[in-house]
Design a protein around this ligand. Sequence first.
Ligand code: SF4
Ligand code: SF4
Length: 204
Amino acid sequence: MDEVSRKALKLLREIKSVTFATVKDREPAARIIDVMFVEEGGLYFVTARGESFYRQLKANPTVAICGMNEDYVSVRVVGNVRFCEDPRVVDKVFDLNPMMNDLYPGEKRYVLEGLHLYKGKGEIFDLSTEPPKRQRFSFGGAQLVPSGYTITGECTACGICQEACPVDVISEGEVYQIDVEHCLECGACLEACPGNAVQPAKGL
Ligand code: SF4
Ligand code: SF4
């Protein structure tokens, strides 16, 4: 796992209570779930086998997770989960999050099952910097999705996009260039370009 992926999962664990989204009968479904621990292989959470969340994950073991800390640093990741039938995962969750014993005392903890996000791609979006900064990441074999709008060789260097950009991240050149780490992905440059030189961001 690379450094940005590690940082992203660590941030999610620090925020702890974050949004987990799934698909239920082709409609979006979201709820707040605690990130119970992270380690080199990914992120772990639990749910009870009776929960609709559990059934949704059984039907489609993918999830989108997002959260933001008090410093306006947000993280989102979309990826694949596997069920951890080994009860030692639940035990580890309870060791690291002792307040879980209040909700599920004693053996009652085993109505829960551990889930492991082992593969994912996402972004850290830091709104505390000027301009905001994006860092994309992927782990577990997921394909990295690069950030930002881009400018192609069709550019005539007219400079109109540079004036349109709200965060001044377009620089001059024979072909103008966008600093993709700081691009807001707002699309103002694409709307302003008189040619067809701006490509939209791939998006997550
Ligand atoms: S998408 Fe928005 S922020 Fe990004 S370069 Fe274009 S105008 Fe600037
Ligand atoms: S507006 Fe279009 S053609 Fe003009 S500099 Fe920007 S990308 Fe190039």
